[in-house]
Design a protein around this ligand. Structure first.
Ligand code: SF4
Ligand code: FE
Length: 508
């Protein structure tokens, strides 16, 4: 079964052993039917369903480099820069369709990062991780798995290294080496789509020093493996989704779809050797982290743009419903929102177009441009959201409950006083305002805004990499050569000489 559809995906979740999922203080009996989780499963299911749509198949699928078969792009090893660009376009498409997080990108990004890094590790250290990981990659394609890429450790005291923590478990670690595998303990935080996954692909969270081998670990494990439990994350206004009725649908703002985050706890989980892809090779932990981060920072140049398209559509719609489409400042704000959104898309496309082949054969995005992409993502969606709230007006946060709209005693009053543009549909206006609330302050804001800030690394992480990758020494060569020379011949000679020195490792 290479390409599942939405229905077979839902069935595949039911076939897992019962997951241990805690939500709101209770252990869930049947996690996948909980209203929060059901909505988040609908979102993931889109990634399966659209792969069968003739219109979207070229974006949603790819030809496997491992078997030559058609596979879902989320399970694909990128073979060229077109693949990288198609990934971003696919993410924009899905963001437009659901307006929230479709949860499947972390697995795709982890797949490509671990594939490349195990290859490099084997070459340098003589280990045999790559072939093992290739088997996993094939199984991921063949089973059309959702793989939860798991990187972020809770980290405890940020001022201490992993081994210095009073409780070392705040960094996931190997607690026992056995002849046939390892035993791991710890947790991974903010795990997008964790409960909706088939497999978890764990990676180290930061680069490691040579004496931090116990934390330099990468492996895959089934989501329903013994010793794994999940504690479900809360989202702003999530209780509006609890009751299964029309009022909840209206007040939740976007009732069909939702995102999902959870803390995954690994309580002495045994991982057989064939599923271990790093076990103490500290010098490769940082490379794996950087590659995953680059891919995931590229991802945001697609997914946030799709959600931005929904935000812009909501701005234009509420302007119509409020009767302000002719106001020049409103038109200008919508132009600005588009400008910002397309700037993010440009970054996603640029880092993809400038990607390069790695020794393992798959392609990596341009890391500098991917970090610039994500740095912009930490800012521009907030400005888009600010403009959206500006256009929406204060009613977005003062609207009475949908239950008042559905109550015959108050419905008429609300229809009368909350009517918008002449002839417009007041109920649509209400729903549009709720969607805007969802996107900018509610459940959808997790995927559109807060994740834009902290997902794929907080802003400072990108600034460190931009500082490291931007090659300021070469830029100084250009500036000095232009400032110091007064002939065309010497200026060019100075540039060449300066660049040669810089590239030889010396300062110009
Ligand atoms: Fe994909 Fe965006 Fe969700 Fe991350 S936040 S998993 S990139 S949809
Ligand atoms: Fe993310």
């Amino acid at each position: 079964m290479t390409l599942m559809n939405a229905e077979s995906y839902r069935e595949s979740l039911r076939k897992r052993k019962p997951l241990k999922v805690w939500l709101d203080g209770k252990l869930l009996e049947n996690p996948i039917d909980h209203p929060y989780i059901k909505a988040s499963i609908n979102t993931v299911a889109l990634t399966y369903e659209l792969a069968h749509d003739p219109e979207f198949k070229p974006l949603m699928t790819a030809t496997s480099a491992l078997t030559g078969e058609t596979v879902n792009r989320f399970c694909h090893l990128h073979q060229n820069t077109q693949d990288l660009m198609n990934k971003v376009k696919m993410q924009r498409l899905l963001g437009q369709r659901c307006g929230t997080c479709f949860q499947r990108c972390v697995g795709m990004d982890a797949l490509n990062a671990v594939f490349a890094t195990t290859f490099d590790m084997d070459k340098k250290l003589g280990t045999t991780y790559h072939e093992r990981f290739k088997s996993f990659a094939k199984a991921m394609e063949q089973n059309d798995w959702i793989v939860d890429g798991a990187m972020t450790d809770p980290k405890g005291d940020r001022g201490l290294r992993p081994a210095e923590q009073p409780d070392k478990d705040v960094y996931l670690r190997v607690v026992e080496q056995r002849p046939d595998g390892i035993v791991v303990r710890g947790a991974k935080a903010h795990q997008t789509g964790a409960v909706n996954s088939h497999q978890i692909l764990v990676m180290p969270t930061v680069s490691m020093k040579s004496d931090e081998g116990e934390f330099a670990v990468a492996f895959s494990v089934a989501a329903d493996a013994e010793g794994i439990s999940y504690i479900y994350g809360r989202q702003s206004c999530d209780e509006r989704k609890l009751a299964d009725d029309e009022a909840s649908d209206i007040d939740s703002g976007s009732s069909c779809y939702g995102g999902q985050e959870a803390l995954i706890v690994f309580d002495d989980v045994f991982v057989p050797s064939e599923n271990v892809y790093m076990n103490g090779e500290t010098e490769f932990a940082g490379l794996l982290v950087d590659r995953f981060a680059s891919y995931h920072r590229q991802s945001y140049g697609g997914c946030k743009v799709g959600k931005g398209d929904v935000a812009i559509g909501a701005a234009a719609s509420i302007a119509e419903l409020n009767g302000v489409t002719k106001a020049s400042h409103v038109k200008d704000k919508i132009v600005e929102m588009n400008h910002l959104n397309e700037t993010l898309f440009s970054c996603g496309i640029a880092c993809s177009a400038n990607g390069a082949k790695m020794p393992a054969g798959n392609f990596l995005v341009d890391p500098l441009l991917a970090n610039v992409c994500k740095q912009n993502v930490t800012r521009l969606p907030y400005e888009i959201a600010r403009l959206l709230q500006d256009i929406a007006g204060g009613l977005m946060v003062t609207l009475p409950s949908a239950r008042d709209w559905l109550n015959p005693e108050t419905a008429g009053i609300l229809e009368k006083y909350f009517a918008g543009a002449a002839g417009s549909d007041t109920r649509l206006r209400i729903r549009m305002l709720r969607l805007i609330e969802n996107l900018t302050m509610g459940r959808g804001a997790v995927a559109y805004l807060t994740e834009s800030m902290h997902g794929a690394g907080s802003p400072q992480a990108q600034r460190i990499l931009i500082g490291r990758l931007a090659n300021v020494e070469e830029k100084k060569v250009y500036a000095k050569a232009l400032a110091m020379n007064n002939s065309l011949v010497t200026v060019e000679a100075a540039i060449r000489e300066g660049l040669a020195k810089v590239r030889g490792g010396k300062k110009a």
